[in-house]
Design a protein around this ligand. Structure first.
Ligand SMILES: Nc1nc2c(ncn2[C@@H]2O[C@H](COP(=O)(O)OP(=O)(O)O)[C@@H](O)[C@H]2O)c(=O)[nH]1
Ligand SMILES: [Mg+2]
Length: 679
């Protein structure tokens, strides 16, 4: 390869399904680049990625990890991302500031479907990306490479183009042939591969793969096309240039392979990135960021770190950042490069850099800042949470501390959400799945020092009535010493249709209940409706006040309010009260081979009903199944859906309507409520 001038700082995000080896690849890349004298391992919890105790405990990345280094004189930042769908938001954020993504895949055609969602995001956002098929050290996988590639092509809009082919020794991949230089290499664990004579046995495959690669490049390059048609061997330089253009414009996806664990094939990958990955300027163009102007940094991650406090991690798109300067009205206190859990203090950062910035207390993830103020830049929307937990501090007196901690937790990861449920009075922490929520509880304890108890949230049941109750009498009369209390009302109660709410009708004639006390009657009735005979908030009924009496001295608002409550208490049980349960409309998105399973997921639940299914717009080979499920049955849908679909299925939900619930299921709910209210 030719010598090249040092580039501006570049950013590569490592993405791909859970367990494909991203964190291991980061370790391998840093080791290969010379930034890490000794490799750590995921199993021992000693990797540069995953520095947090929550990640180590699970041997699983639960947030993005950043490592800045140099490779052959070029500055690079690698961002390791979590692969699990429960942490997708973090991955999207890393991709929004990356120049290039390395999609790490398993060497298994049956798992290609798990790469689909991230490829969808990359294709939609036109983010240049390459594929790295990992774990090629496993026996037998070299022979299945073609099959794996075909399966992966099924989930990619862009053509996948092999950049190298494996050299096999029995069922082990022992090296590779680079299809541009047509040189053959033998892997040497931990060291640069040896150049070897190209084995005769790979020649036919090499010719075929090289031809396929050139044809893909020629699709977007007329000169190359002419050469191919005239059987002219294109000069190497021209091939590199075409490759670079196609990667930078996201027209093709180069495919590399190797072993993160054995450091095989990593130098090939690094060199390709070094020569072909776009710099920040090109990425800014793609994102529509104005190239000229004041310093500009976009925050893609917020952290609360011990000792240093709040850190906002961002990419510098323009200009220079210096410690102590003012950004959008806030004084920068500390500019750092990150290397996993370690920080290195800088005096300044330049365009292209990824840096952690201290004490930007008002700044949130996604915001872009200039000295003059915040700047509007494109950002990804929040993924809707799918599971909730009702939480409270275990120690009394810790509730305020918990509120502060929750605020920080959500600052760090905005795919959590908090709800104070008005019906159940519960504080509900929403998240992307079981593990996501469990990580939240761990963080609250280990990072923010609050112990939290969590339960499945209550279902916000309501109740209403099914028939009218007429001529109900309520009288409140009290004689204590001097002034007494006297209120006396007659009402009719009748059911209304769903959604009509609570109505009050005043039919008093002749002042039998004086004007000034009528609002008190209504208030008493509404007050009663907060908790009906079944123990739940009452909806959809009409109460008509048609008669009553009063006492000139003893009547007051309080007495009429009490009289109304007495009448409601008397009349409601006679009006055939019935439980109403909330029904949610759910949309389940899955690759179409799972569509029937998704339907069964809905119909397999009490009251579950499929409304239909359709192709998912913009998602080749995916369907959306729409259905109705009672809220009480929905809690674990996401868990089952993920286990049915290798983790790729997603679902969204929204409240749809209230529906009557009777029989044994209703009796159980009412009995449980009675017990809860008695405690
Ligand atoms: N055989 C083999 N195993 C690997 C390789 N890379 C990663 N692994 C293993 O795959 C598992 C998941 O790796 P990790 O890097 O945590 O995956 P991530 O979820 O994508 O970050 C770990 O047990 C690794 O040891 C590889 O190249 N070869
Ligand atoms: Mg990982």
């Amino acid at each position: 390869m030719t010598a090249k001038a040092p580039s501006a700082p570049r950013v590569a995000a490592l993405v791909g399904p859970y367990l494909s080896g991203k964190t291991s690849l980061l370790e391998g890349l840093l080791h290969t680049a010379g930034a890490l004298p000794r490799k750590g391992s995921v199993k021992e919890g000693s990797t540069v990625g995953d520095p947090s105790p929550e990640a180590k405990a699970r041997q699983m990345s639960v947030e993005l990890g950043v490592a800045t280094t140099t490779y052959l004189g070029d500055p690079w930042t690698f961002i390791d991302t979590p692969g699990s769908v429960e942490f997708t938001q973090e991955t999207f954020h890393a991709l929004m500031v990356a120049d290039v993504a390395v999609v790490v895949c398993e060497p298994d055609p049956n798992r290609a479907v798990t790469v689909g969602p991230v490829l969808r995001f990359l294709d939609d956002h036109k983010i240049p990306h390459v594929l790295f098929i990992n774990k090629m050290d496993l026996p037998g996988v070299g022979g299945r490479l073609k099959e794996t590639l075909t399966a992966l092509q099924g989930v990619s809009d862009r053509p996948l183009v092999l950049r190298e082919i494996p050299i096999r020794d029995g069922d082990v991949v022992s090296g590779y042939v680079d299809l541009v230089s047509e040189r053959a290499y033998h892997y040497k664990p931990g060291q640069p591969s040896d150049i070897i004579q190209m084995p005769e046995s790979v020649l036919p495959e090499e010719k075929e793969a090289r031809q396929a690669m050139l044809e893909h490049l020629a699709d977007t390059d007329d000169h190359l096309m002419e050469e191919l048609l005239e059987d002219v061997v294109p000069p190497k330089e021209e091939v590199y240039q075409a490759m670079t253009k196609d990667l930078q414009q996201d027209l093709i996806v180069e495919v590399f392979f190797g072993s993160a664990e054995k450091d095989s094939g990593l130098r090939r990958l690094l060199k390709a990135l070094r020569h072909e990955a776009p710099e920040a300027q090109t990425t800014e163009q793609r994102l529509g960021i104005e190239p000229k102007g004041d310093a500009l940094v976009q925050i893609f991650k917020t952290l609360h770190a011990p000792h240093v406090g709040k850190l906002s991690i961002g990419r510098v798109w323009r200009g220079e950042l210096t410690d102590g300067m003012t950004l959008a009205g806030q004084r920068l206190s500390g500019v750092y490069h990150l290397f996993g859990g370690k920080q290195e203090k800088l005096t300044k950062a330049i365009a292209g850099d990824i840096v952690a910035l201290g004490r930007l207390e008002e700044t949130r993830t996604g915001q872009a800042l200039s000295p003059g103020g915040p700047v509007d830049l494109p950002w990804v929307p929040l993924v809707q949470p799918v599971v909730g937990l009702a939480i409270h501090a275990t120690k009394s007196g810790d509730e305020v501390k918990l509120s502060t901690a929750l605020q920080k937790l959500i600052e760090e990861d905005a795919s959590y959400a908090l709800e104070q449920n008005a019906d159940t009075s519960e504080r509900i922490l929403w998240g992307q799945g079981e593990i996501h929520l469990k990580v939240a509880l761990d963080r609250l304890k280990s990072k923010f020092n609050v112990e939290v108890a969590a339960d499945k949230p209550q279902v916000p049941y309501k109740e209403t009535i099914k028939k009218a109750a007429k001529e109900i009498h309520g009288r409140h009369k009290h004689q204590t010493g001097g002034h007494g209390q006297f209120g006396d009302v007659w009402i009719h109660i009748k059911p209304l249709a769903r959604g009509e709410g609570i109505k009050f009708v005043d039919e008093i004639v002749g002042g039998v209940v004086p004007r000034q006390f009528i609002p008190a009657v209504e208030a008493g009735m509404r007050d009663f409706c907060k908790q009906g005979p079944l123990g739940f908030p009452v909806v959809d009924l009409e109460v008509t006040l048609y008669f009553g009496s009063y006492h000139t001295v003893d009547s007051n608002e309080m007495s009429f309010k009490a009289a109304a409550r007495i009448a409601m208490n008397e009349g409601m049980p006679k009006a055939n009260p019935v439980l109403l349960e909330p029904i949610l409309k759910v949309q389940i998105s899955v690759p179409s081979e799972y569509t029937s399973k998704a339907q069964r997921l809905i119909t397999g639940r009490r009251g579950g009903q499929v409304l239909g299914f359709d192709a998912k717009p913009g998602w080749n080979g995916w369907d959306v199944v729409e259905g109705l499920i009672p809220q009480s049955e929905v809690h674990d849908v996401i868990i089952e859906l993920r286990s049915l679909t290798m983790g790729v299925g997603t679902f969204t939900w929204a409240f749809d309507h209230l529906q009557e619930l009777e029989g044994r299921d209703a009796d159980k709910v009412v009995a449980a409520r009675k017990e809860a209210l008695a405690n």
